[in-house]
Design a protein around this ligand. Structure first.
Ligand SMILES: Nc1ncnc2c1ncn2[C@@H]1O[C@H](COP(=O)(O)OP(=O)(O)OP(=O)(O)O)[C@@H](O)[C@H]1O
Ligand SMILES: [Mg+2]
Length: 266
């Protein structure tokens, strides 16, 4: 299963992804939490410390002049699975966090890690790992190919006018040329069932999960704790568990091979 969560800034993407990844891993699967947000967020939701530079410089080499492709590659002999095992941070429930780092300095400094991160995602075997992705808020990253590893795009939507507008813009990802995406919505911070109906109507998307506002999650966050560590018995974790169950039943395995558009692109 390969799902990327996108949405407006602050909609709840990282909180959902961290919880989803851990609950999925508890079912015995190899789960990679994929972080492409240069700001820390997903680490907290996974219960991990913030990692500044996960992929070391000596894991990456510059391509020879005059050759095609990205400027940096994993060093010869280091394949994607070995790189994930070496540089993906191992968190609670066995989830591996793959991020390219939070370095704030020179752009050239972060790009080595980014190229290696992309190569790992391109080359990890589909039948072994589930990828659960967390993108930065807004449209820029999702619209420029950063979610191309995913078969399913889940847009996190709060019941607010601004969140609906972002969701409608992001829903055009289903037409992206570089990857086939099945696009759905996940409602967050709902306070009554009518909110979920409104999210469906105003986003124009099928809502596959509805996360209630959970005071326990907010309190845990104030202490820097993940929902599963600070509010494991609350309604938010229960709703994410229901979403995991739905996604395993509906989005597992064969979406990519079923889709002629993505096959043509791959
Ligand atoms: N259902 C919920 N109930 C209570 N608090 C929530 C809920 N969902 C998210 N939050 C809180 O809302 C805040 C923003 O959540 P989060 O960081 O996951 O959003 P995000 O979409 O990843 O933000 P960004 O765009 O900045 O990456 C956090 O403090 C989080 O604990
Ligand atoms: Mg986030």
């Amino acid at each position: 299963m390969r799902i990327a969560f996108v949405g407006k800034g602050g909609a709840g993407k990282s909180t959902i992804v961290g919880t989803f990844a851990r609950l999925l891993a508890r079912t015995g699967r190899d789960v990679v939490a994929v972080d492409s947000d240069p700001m820390p967020g997903l680490s907290f939701a996974l219960g991990l410390p913030v990692i500044e530079r996960p992929i070391p410089d000596d894991a990456v080499v510059e391509k020879a002049e005059g050759t095609e492709g990205p400027r940096y590659r994993l060093r010869p002999g280091l394949d994607a699975t070995a790189a994930l095992q070496a540089y993906g941070a191992l968190g609670a429930d066995g989830v591996r966090l793959l991020s390219f780092g939070k370095t704030r300095g020179d752009w050239g400094d972060i790009i080595r890690g980014q190229h290696a991160w992309s190569q790992i995602l391109d080359e990890l075997p589909h039948d072994r790992f589930d990828l659960i992705g967390d993108l930065p808020g807004g449209t820029r990253q999702p619209m420029t190919g950063w979610s191309k590893y995913a078969d399913v795009i889940a847009i996190v939507v709060e019941p607010t006018a601004k969140s609906f507008a972002t969701a409608r813009r992001l829903s055009s990802l289903r037409d992206s040329k570089w990857a086939y995406h099945h696009v759905v919505a996940v409602a967050n911070r709902i306070s009554e069932p009518a909110d979920t109906v409104t999210v469906a109507q105003r986003s124009g998307l099928r809502v596959v999960g509805a996360m209630p506002f959970d005071e326990g999650v907010a309190s845990a966050d104030r202490l820097g704790m993940a929902p599963l560590d600070g509010a494991p018995d609350g309604p938010f974790v229960a709703a994410v568990a229901a979403l995991v169950e739905y996604c395993v039943a509906r989005f597992d395995g064969s979406l990519k091979s079923q889709n002629p558009i993505k096959e043509a692109v791959a």
